[in-house]
Design a protein around this ligand. Structure first.
Ligand code: NAD
Length: 412
């Protein structure tokens, strides 16, 4: 199954249980619009390179469409289509007034200079400029994009349409970004972990956690869980997986590796051992956090997995065969559309502050984020308990239910 087939599989599974019917199901499966653009830029050496860019707008029944822009060599239409659909369900699960969209440019950002990245971002913004907007589609950072990329997008869009900070979120604080946005996805992940452990009679203090992916989401999740007393025994990035049975020095890893984006392969410390990438996924821990890319939890990993709980901080990390095995083994998988919704939630707070020309404090943002995450978690948990469903199916039922109602009320 490719990424879209995987997402559609989960949608159909939930839709069948809900008895939505093929009429509504058909509406929910089809993206509203797909923009494929070519993005030519002049390279520093005077040559010209042409990149493929995508913005796929999945569903706007509940509001303007929202979320990430990804720079990665593996970006293709199929990938972006699946991620756009996930955003529709995620914004509905946390009940914020948005639909779902996703964008990407197939490129290797590590091979581009800062000037080339800026030209790429600006040209892409020109190409899709008439399709996005504060009341239409609001991009945000995702893999390999950050506050600087959002600043370039905002500037380019504002040149064409007038000053419009609300056109993107995840901006720098100096350009109407929100306090708390950078840490928001990781923070939301930790709220979910803490509550899920509490529900099984455990505390996050003393729990063992392994984290795949040590970028924005994984590093903040590790750091905030560490601050709550969890023992982070293993983390990995694309370069290496490192482990310390007594717990890694997460604050040091955060400051010396995550912040400057230094490869974990360079990390050495007393008692730290190297793992194969796959070994991290099958470590004997209380919680496995997946915070890298999609489709990493395969059928074989699901069979060998020893964690008591899996938390999808990344989008689409579990393939359906693995999902079925874990359900059969009674291992809870807290799905992406719930667990990593903290990022889009604070993006919504940023947009809400921008359109009102207001600023909230970090405490205010974090307090509201915690409330949204815990309310959403409890809504999904209610269905899990009532109908004996997996967390994923329950979350899809919540999301699909809200989008389907809005779709029917608005009409075809
Ligand atoms: P990022 O680029 O900051 O970090 C990605 C990390 O994954 C890096 O440390 C990279 O080295 C690592 N990685 C890549 N391949 C790996 C592999 N094979 N094994 C181990 N590590 C690997 O990206 P991010 O923003 O942290 O996003 C991570 C995931 O979370 C993505 O799936 C993204 O869609 C999802 N997500 C991000 C946000 C957000 O706010 N940034 C919100 C929701 C979901």
């Amino acid at each position: 199954m490719n990424a879209v087939e995987i997402t559609n599989h989960y949608i159909r599974q939930a839709s069948e249980l809900m008895g939505l019917g093929s009429r509504v199901e058909r509406l929910l499966l089809s993206p509203e619009a797909e923009h494929h653009v070519s993005v030519p830029i002049e390279l520093d050496n005077g040559d010209v390179a042409v990149f493929s860019g995508f913005r796929i707008q999945h569903n706007s029944a509940r509001g303007p469409m929202k979320e990430g822009l990804r720079f990665h060599p593996s970006v293709d239409a199929d990938d972006v289509r699946a991620l756009a659909s996930l955003m529709t369900w995620k914004t509905a699960v946390v009940n914020i007034p948005y639909g779902g969209a996703k964008g990407g440019i197939a490129c290797d950002p590590a091979a581009l200079s800062t000037g080339e990245l800026e030209r790429l971002t600006r040209k892409f913004t020109q190409r899709i400029g008439s399709e996005i907007g504060p009341q239409r589609d609001i991009p945000a950072p995702d893999v390999n994009t950050n506050a600087q990329v959002m600043a370039w997008m905002m500037d380019e869009y504002s040149r064409l349409h007038g000053y419009a900070p609300a056109v993107v979120t995840g901006k720098p604080l100096e350009l109407q970004g929100s306090e708390g946005r950078e840490a928001a996805t990781g923070r939301g992940v930790v709220h979910v972990i803490e509550q899920a452990l509490r529900d099984t009679g455990r505390s996050i203090a003393g729990a063992t956690i392994a984290v795949q992916g040590f970028g924005n989401v994984g590093a903040y999740a590790a750091l905030l869980a560490h601050h709550r007393g969890a023992r982070i025994v293993a983390v990995s990035d694309a370069s290496a997986a490192v482990m310390h049975a007594d717990g890694l020095d997460v604050p040091r890893l955060f400051t010396d590796f995550a912040v400057p984006r230094r490869a974990l392969a360079e990390y050495q410390d007393d008692g730290v051992v190297r793992l194969e990438h796959e070994e991290l996924l099958t470590e004997d821990v209380d919680v496995l956090v997946l915070a890298a890319l999609g489709e990493v939890l395969t059928e074989q990993v699901a069979k060998d997995l020893r964690a008591r709980m899996v938390v999808e901080a990344a989008n689409g990390p579990t393939v359906p065969e693995a999902d079925a095995i874990l359900a059969h083994r009674g291992i809870a998988v807290l799905p992406d559309i719930l667990a990593n919704a903290g990022g889009v939630t604070v993006s919504y707070f940023e947009w809400a502050q921008n359109i009102q020309s207001m600023r909230w404090t970090e405490e205010e943002v974090n307090r509201r984020l915690e409330q949204v995450m815990l309310d959403s978690y409890r809504t999904v948990r209610g269905l899990v308990e009532q109908r004996n469903l997996t967390w994923r199916t329950a979350a899809y039922i919540v999301g699909l239910g809200r989008v389907a109602k809005a779709t029917v009320l608005r009409g075809v």
